[in-house]
Each structure stands twice: as structure tokens, then as C-alpha cells.
Design a protein around this ligand. Structure first.
Ligand code: FAD
Length: 367
């Protein structure tokens, strides 16, 4: 079998790219998605905070910044069109004491530089009107931040691909990838072989391993785990509540998120790890999460914190690096027709639809 475009990985990003491609091409055998697991999104895409980010923190002009802003707008529109559940609940970034004001001002400056809409400065009194149970000295309020039903989003993307004559196959792990005269030969774990003119590597935590099949060692990936605890006690939170971000921005600090059912969660923390498949949440982190949560929220009780889930970020930034790394999305200069996506950590979910357009328009030069 020969395909024009083969996307490796049916996470939210791979599916969004396949959707964008199939909407532009749309003939049989134009677009194929191969996924090693039995369904879509079992990797990073189902182990995250499900937050639609506003685009506040990222380096101005970076792909993370541009694709987050564009992706967020596209995502809200898409959710409305397809009746996918979302809640534009808004987010508070909270300074709990005067010593954090400088950092909070830095975040506000970055939000302004990034031209993020509807970010406002609040006094403690104004913040307490929105969230009466928090510790606050001053805060920023981002009205554009929200949460969504990620599973329904991915299901809808998969259905769009199929409606535009694309094919999504599961239980199909790519174990070999070779350059040929007309493109690429792919070998699957069950011995099946196929060819493709163009290959898009959107394999998340395994993307560097896929690139290495072609001898490409563009970047090293450093897995960074994020654990979550949920809170099964009573609470009155209605917004996402974040501390001022960590200095190196490896994560946004253990924060308070809500899911669409109003369940309160704390996390993710940041811990560089060796394995990409250890999703166990260590119970001995309960106290540390309690201390972080207590710093922001009043009335939190230790016995109501329970281990929830963990996700792993495909970071390009090493623990000792001071520079924040951007998404790596490019056609490899040494292997034309091979588009490599590495380091697609947060805000990858928010950016997914924009990444799809970017790969089509800016990289593959499709209209
Ligand atoms: C803790 C955490 C919190 C986050 N919170 C947010 C958030 O709130 N908002 C936000 O915007 N972003 C967030 N993100 C980022 C977001 O989740 C990711 O950017 C996004 O899910 C990445 O999607 P993906 O498709 O690139 O990867 P994945 O979902 O991992 O998809 C890659 C797919 O490739 C498949 N695959 C791998 N190798 C092969 C192979 N050889 N053959 C076939 N298939 C293969 C895998 O099985 C997998 O399904 C968070 C991430 C983490 C870890």
C-alpha cells in the first residue's frame, strides 16, 4: 500500500495534523495515521490537565506562544461547532505574599508582550470575590483560560479524518523506517510493510526513537513526570488557581485544576525520570502536595488528598538548562519529506489545531 502522507501517532497532535491534511487532500490513500496502541490518545494526550491555555508564559514569538494563541481560538470555535464540552472558567495566578509581587508583575508583562486578551490585575479583595477560600496578596486573572473534554476532542478529530477519506489504524507500531527513491518504507511490528511519500513523526514520548530509525538524532528528549492528587473533600473553587510560576519554567508550579465535573485536583509537579512508562503516583508525595495546596487554599485537609494520575512531558530542556525550549517542528533538512515533531509538551493540547495548520501551510506548503 502507498500513502501520500503517513502520520505516526494518534495523540491529539497527530490526529490534528491528519485532520488538517485530510481536509486539504481528501482522496483515498492520501492520509494514514498509524498508532501502536488499541485506540487514540493513550499517551501524553490523556494524562494532562486538560487546560486550554491563554498563552501567557511563553517566549514572545516562539512557536509555543504563536501556536497557543492561535490554537486556543481555533479550539474554542471547534468545541462550539462540534458540541464538545468545555468551560471557559478562567484562571487566577496568585501571589500569596509581597515577596511574590515582582514575579507576578513579570508574568503580567509577559502576558502583555504576548498580546494575550483579557488578563487583568486584581487586588486581594477583588480576588476573594471570585474565590473566597484562597490565600492572596494580589493576583492576575486570565478570562480566556478554560478546560475541555479532551477525549471528545480527539474522538471528533478522528471522525473528521475518516470523513475526509483518511485512515486511522490501531495496533500498528512502526518498528522500521527507511528512505526510498519515492519517499519512505515503513515496517510495522506484525511484519506489514507500506510506503509513503511524506512521513510526519508525531510519536510523543517515542518521537526521538522514531527519528533515530532514519539516523536522525536532532535532539535528546528528557522525560519529566507530573503527578496529580485529587481532593475528595468539600471545596468552593470555580477557577483554575496557579501560584507564580517556577523560575526555570519546567512546570507552572503545583496548581489547582478543576475537571468538567467540578472535581478538584492538585498538580502536576515536575520530576525528571528515566522511564517513559511509569505512571505510578507515589503516595509519599502526599505531604508535599498538601504543603503546596495549603499555601494557596484555606481549609484543605490532608486526609482528603489522594493519588490520582501522572503524565510524562517529552522535554527537550535538561534539568540544568536555564533556557526554556520551544516546540521542535520541522522538515529535517537532511531527510526531505520527513517532518519531525519533538518536545511537544504543554501547551500542545491547546495548540493542536494550530499545529495541524502549521505543518500543512508552513512546512508542507499546502494551501
Ligand atoms: C502532566 C502534563 C500536563 C499537561 N497539561 C496540559 C494542559 O493543561 N494544556 C495543554 O495545552 N497541554 C498540556 N500538556 C501537553 C499535552 O498533553 C501534549 O502536548 C499533547 O498531549 C501531546 O500530544 P502528542 O499527540 O504529541 O503525544 P501523544 O498523545 O503521546 O501521542 C503520541 C502517540 O504516538 C504513539 N506512538 C509512539 N511510538 C509509536 C510508533 N513507533 N508507532 C506507532 N505509534 C506510536 C503513542 O502510542 C501515542 O499514542 C500536558 C502534558 C503533561 C505531561
Amino acid at each position: 500500500m502507498h500513502f501520500k502522507y503517513t502520520v505516526i501517532g494518534a495523540g491529539v497532535v497527530g490526529l490534528a495534523i491528519a485532520r488538517a491534511l485530510s481536509m486539504r487532500c481528501g482522496e483515498d490513500n492520501d492520509v494514514l495515521v498509524v498508532e501502536k496502541e488499541k485506540t487514540f490518545g493513550t499517551g501524553i494526550s490523556s494524562r494532562n490537565s486538560e487546560v486550554i491555555h491563554a498563552g501567557i508564559y511563553y517566549v514572545t514569538g516562539s512557536l509555543k506562544h504563536r501556536l497557543c494563541l492561535q490554537g486556543r481560538r481555533l479550539l474554542y470555535d471547534y468545541c462550539r461547532q462540534k458540541s464538545i464540552l468545555f468551560n471557559k472558567c478562567g484562571k487566577l495566578i496568585v501571589a500569596t505574599g509581597s515577596e511574590e509581587i515582582q514575579a507576578l508583575e513579570g508574568v503580567y508583562k509577559q502576558a502583555r508582550a504576548n498580546v494575550v486578551e483579557h488578563v487583568t490585575c486584581l487586588t486581594a479583595e477583588e480576588t476573594l470575590q471570585l474565590e473566597p477560600d484562597i490565600q492572596v496578596f494580589a493576583a492576575l486573572y486570565s478570562k480566556e483560560t478554560g478546560i475541555l473534554d479532551t477525549h471528545a476532542f480527539m474522538q471528533s478529530l478522528e471522525s473528521d479524518v475518516q470523513q475526509h477519506n483518511g485512515t486511522v489504524v490501531y495496533h500498528s507500531e512502526v518498528i522500521g523506517l527507511k528512505r526510498t527513491a519515492g519517499g519512505f518504507a515503513l515496517r510495522m511490528h506484525d511484519g506489514t510493510e507500506m510506503t509513503s511519500t511524506t512521513v510526519i513523526n508525531s510519536a510523543g514520548l517515542h518521537a526521538t526513537a522514531v527519528a533515530a530509525m532514519l539516523g536522525i538524532h536532532a535532539e535528546t528528549m528528557y522525560p519529566c513526570k507530573g503527578n496529580y492528587f485529587y481532593y475528595n473533600g468539600p471545596h468552593r473553587c470555580q477557577h483554575l488557581i496557579y501560584p507564580v510560576p517556577e523560575k526555570k519554567l519546567t512546570g507552572l508550579g503545583v496548581h489547582t485544576t478543576l475537571d468538567l465535573g467540578g472535581r478538584l485536583k492538585f498538580g502536576p509537579d515536575t520530576e525528571y525520570v528515566d522511564a517513559t512508562d511509569d505512571f505510578q503516583v507515589p503516595e509519599n508525595k502526599t505531604e508535599a502536595f498538601y504543603q503546596s495546596a495549603k499555601k494557596i487554599l484555606n481549609n484543605i485537609e490532608l486526609q482528603h488528598l489522594l493519588p490520582d494520575m501522572a503524565g510524562i512531558r517529552p522535554k527537550l530542556q535538561r534539568p540544568e538548562d536555564k533556557q526554556i525550549r520551544d516546540f521542535y517542528i520541522q522538515e529535517e533538512p537532511t531527510v526531505s519529506g520527513f517532518v519531525n515533531l519533538l518536545g511537544i509538551e504543554s501547551p500542545g493540547l491547546t495548540s493542536a489545531l494550530a499545529i495541524g495548520d502549521y505543518v500543512c501551510k508552513d512546512i508542507l506548503k499546502l494551501k
